[in-house]
Design a protein around this ligand. Sequence first.
Ligand code: N01
Length: 546
Amino acid sequence: MSSTSTAPQLDAVVIGAGFSGLYLLHKLRNEMGLSVRVFEAGSDIGGTWFWNRYPGARCDSESYVYCYSFDEKMWQEWEWSERYPQQAEVLTYFDHVAERFDLRRDITFNSRVLAATLDEAANTWTVRTDTGEEITARYLITGVGCLSAWNTPPFPGLETFTGQTYFTGLWPHEPVDLTGKRVGLIGTGASGVQTMPRIAEVAADLTVFQRTPNYIIPARHGKVPPELTAERKRDFAGVWERTRNGAFGLPFQPEPKPLFESTDAEVEAVLEKWWETGGLGFLLGSYLEPIFSVEANQRISAFLDRKIREKVNDPAVADLLTPKKLTYAVKRPPLDSGFYEAFNEPHVHLVDVGSNPIAAVTPDGLRLTDGTEYAVDVLVFATGFDATTGTLNRIDIRGREGQLLREKWAGGPRTYLGLMSAGYPNLFMITGPQSPGVLSNMPVSIEQHVEFVSAIIGTAAERGAEIVEAAPEAEDAWVVHNEEAANATLFPLADTTYTGANIAGKVRAFLPNIDTVPGYRARCEEVAANGYEGFVFTPASATAPA
Ligand code: N01
């Protein structure tokens, strides 16, 4: 494909071998015939599922839609064993995908990309890894995931702790035996909530340090009845039509009768139905009004407050577990497989570190601001990620005139469609900031982005363009649109990973796009139909030095 005298070594470098990287490699190499190398920091494929091996790690999207849909035969043949895929099973699935499409031979493992620099004369990217490798490519595509930059809160004294320390997002590959141990668990997001009951099963004593309570929906995990699986398999097109048209890339449509037109009894019946069904359908299959209206939000929250009181025996513990500020729907609800119930066990304790923050890690455990100390053998950090922008900002990405991407984004990310940032030609981001990303079932958004980016690259080839880049005015308009769309909801009011508020010192900005998965896709399709408006294609001749 490359045709100029300064031809790069490769057509494309891809960063990351998770859902995005694997599909990119298949699409660009197998289908489009490009030369591609994938660099992966881990020693194998899997992305987030390679690293997050903590006990209980499981996806909150249901298996039959937490996978690729681009190959119907593969979807039909693959059999998931349970309703929600367990971490190891997702890796087995990736193994199958990699074998099927012969992907591993173009993936370089144990190689973290540290830097990528635009060569403006050659219109190429020079990519440098922590193994010292340097390679040039026409296109650079990041498939780094939205949740891969681990967050370790800077507690003083961490290095003095004499026990064992584990991070959910960086869990060891060898088995970790917590049997009979006194464990301290910090964090009650999706990871902490998933791992907590599994730790409680084996630990002698478990203390959960909670900064902010969240609403937690029952997962109701289990086997899928074979007849339901068969019915889904017969309806490939319908399953994916419903999934792609669900607001968050999951196969749910909200109740047809609006919340405010429903009686209390009707609302109660709908919520009970979804509570019993379990899963994210509680949020997405019931009412979406709580995303926009405080009153609607309070109405659903009251239902969930009651559920917490029903599940947790000690009223004081139930009260601590009950959110006091705007939380429902605007903070990602974790799915529960025994979290609330575990607090009824005598060896499980809850400590509020919202009102009395963790001041330091001591040799024996933790000390809180009021001086209270907790002695533990093991500290488990489930403290989340520097989401969406964190991983990109940790790479030294230099575009036109040497500008560092993280400096350009110092006031918050600036992108066009979450795909490109002006001044960084031929650099595409899969599920980048200001695309649906974390507000969606990731494989659905990833497939849409990979296909859209591939189509742009194909269009560039057809037009004889050596450079594709976002027009600054298109980016400006997208940034404004994102802010306006977010401000029409309650999302920006909450302290979450969506707003960057979970990371001390991170600039507050609404990070994903809130147009919904089908709304966002429609916008991309419109852009394509209008000749990829907002993207500037420049032919090689126009970029050659005078
Ligand atoms: O991270 P989180 P996570 N002192 O940021 C607390 C995806 N995911 O790894 O709420 C004390 O949600 C923090 O407190 P607060 C999913 O998209 C998916 O659990 O910020 N506590 C919070 O309780 C999810 O949204 C699956 O006040 C501190 C916790 O640590 C995303 O990953 C499974 C603290 C972090 O929660 C992240 O989830 C698991 C401090 N200094 C995860 N700093 C699937 O099923 C932070 N905390 C696909």
